[in-house]
Design a protein around this ligand. Sequence first.
Ligand code: SAH
Ligand code: TRP
Length: 331
Amino acid sequence: MRLSLGTRRLSSSEITPARALPTLVDDARAGLLAPPRQLPPKYFYDDYGSQLFEAICATPEYYPSRAEASLLSRHATQIIERAAPDHMLELGSGSSRKTRLLFDACDALAMPCIYWPFDVSAQMMLDAGAALVTDYSWLSVHALIGDYTGGIGNLPLPAQGRRLIVFLGGTLGNFEPDQARAMLGEIVGLLRGDDLLLLGVDRVKDTARLEAAYDDAQGITAEFNRNVLTVLNRELDADFDLAAYRHRAVFDEQRARIEMRLVSERDHSVRLGALDTTIEITAGEEIVTEFSHKFTPASIEALLADAGLIVDTHFEADQGDYSLLLVRRDS
Ligand code: SAH
Ligand code: TRP
């Protein structure tokens, strides 16, 4: 589908998954009916969840977003000169706020490109796209609406032209290792010749700082985490009582990941209308809502190597807080 949205420089397409994807009902059946209970993270990002994520990025505790923005502002010129993209595809683009630093460099270098943001959160992406075509007179934006876990091999990208694939925000870390390898494998499939991947990943560090980044004092991350229950209430005709759940973020040093959980504070039952069933949840029981893997230079290089990728340039924030990597095919 193609919509004309007031300007010929902004269009959008809904991406049909390349392979069958589980529905929310499937995911709820697989993840909620019995402990250990777990949900895929994409359900956080309804319109309200996307706004909450933007608010998380502004909290004093959530350093990754600022670290990544500062790396981008420092190195955007070098990145754009090196990548010389005709087409910039961004996975999980959200508000595209940090991507503007790349467009500023395109602007300064007089190296225009076409932007292909891909996100499950359509409204956030279309609002961002409208603002981008206003602010950058040379920019065309083709918004791709869909779920990248359904595959990225069938996107309507032109066959010609140099590509830069952008994957920021540490979002690769939200996949489990096998899924992350599979995702990188699909990215390799889109890279030809001198095409590059720009990848942002968070680094292993002091546990207290990591846990604080996922449990801010204002409680915005807690609200974001609980919002997934609002999504379930709406989409599954469920009746989760949000007040019964406490947000918890713990760093598992062994697995090098933050685990986000919702902890039930009391025994209660929850009706899942769309599954035509009721579940019993006991006090202290947890629903795992997200992982956020943290990397070392060696662990990210190994993960990339498994997918046939190699680091071209590695930009690090102060004291190795965060990594921004330009990556190419290892061939
Ligand atoms: N890149 C932005 C946003 C990161 S938050 C930044 O760095 O600030 C993760 C983004 O990925 C959100 O915009 C969310 O809507 C999107 N997302 C999460 N799961 C997705 C999926 N399965 N398919 C497509 N987009 C997804
Ligand atoms: N990609 C982000 C990250 O792993 C997503 C995120 C940030 C997040 N804060 C969160 C997800 C809180 C769930 C809860 O850092």
